[in-house]
Design a protein around this ligand. Structure first.
Ligand code: ZN
Length: 293
């Protein structure tokens, strides 16, 4: 009998150790993917569940990286533009521990010497205006209290299935965090997702002016950021001149690079495409791109 009591007691102790070790894991607590306690659809957390900012490593040589995402999906796919939401949230958790999240306007202030960086910083961007930016990225970015810029193809908005509509974008533009700070910016990704380098200069001007005007009038904002589809036109001085002439303040290319010197050229900003690899590859790439361990 004594042996049976001992076995029963041992199992109880083992079970309590297991349960305690599961619930005390801080890192796992950050990730709410497939969270059974979450209020919306069991996956995306409630809006008031905003994570506080963490202290990030201080740097004598701060660098800025611009991340380029496209669509978010559930589960792996064959397309390099479809990032699985599980890996995406782990990207955000990694960024939270290592980077200050800024936007293009913050970068402009750093350029002008109106503010300074004492840590590495990241700018989060999404291209194309896929519907997942509203349904999946928007709630997660609110949870992490991260700024982001969405470059949309103006002719697809409210017209093409699978893309955002103007009401989605208005809600994102109007959103303010608990510090009354707007987190989200809408920029142009041209009117028709044209490779500008393949167009006449008049066609380039039309792509740039029509998308800028539509975004500005539909959302009641000034659209002054552009991301070049395929990075096309970044090496063409005529196109670069038109981008300035029609009133854009910054232009993002598709070049894999990190900003290490300030002021930087706001019309040749890099864009590091984040593909559908797992989060540990993302972290390795970030360390490689930044030159950090
Ligand atoms: Zn695109």
């Amino acid at each position: 009998m004594k042996m049976r009591y001992f076995t029963f007691f041992s199992i109880l102790v083992l079970l309590s150790i297991l349960i305690t070790s599961c619930t005390d894991d801080d890192d796992n607590d950050v990730i709410l993917y497939e969270c059974p306690d979450c209020e919306v659809d069991g996956i995306i957390p409630a809006e008031d569940d905003v994570l506080p900012y963490l202290e990030v490593p201080l740097r004598d040589d701060p660098k800025v990286i611009i991340l380029m995402y496209h669509n978010l999906v559930y589960g792996r796919t064959g397309s390099i533009y479809h990032r699985d939401i599980y890996n995406f949230e782990h990207d955000l958790a990694y960024l939270r521990k290592n980077f200050k999240i800024i936007d293009f306007y913050d970068l402009e202030k750093i350029n002008k010497g109106e503010s300074s960086l004492n840590s590495d910083a990241a700018i989060i961007t999404f291209d194309d205006g896929d519907l997942s930016v509203y349904h999946l990225a928007f709630p997660l970015l609110k949870k992490y209290n991260f700024k982001a810029t969405f470059f949309i193809v103006s002719s697809l908005v409210s017209k093409e299935t699978g893309y955002v509509n103007w009401e989605h974008l208005q809600e994102m533009v109007d959103y303010k965090n608990s510090d009354s700070l707007n987190l989200f910016t809408i920029g142009s990704h041209t009117a028709t997702h044209a490779a500008l380098g393949d167009l006449s200069i008049d066609e380039v001007r039309t792509e740039l002016t029509v998308s800028k005007a539509d975004i500005s009038s539909e959302l009641g904002i000034t659209c002054d950021l552009i991301a070049l589809p395929y990075g096309s036109g970044s090496d063409n001085s005529d196109i670069q001149n038109v981008i300035r002439e029609v009133g854009y303040k910054a232009s993002r290319t598709s070049e894999y690079s990190v900003i290490t010197e300030f002021p930087t050229d706001m019309f040749l900003l890099p864009g590091n495409n984040i593909e559908n690899y797992s989060n540990d590859v993302f972290v390795q790439n970030m360390q490689f791109w930044l030159g950090r361990n």
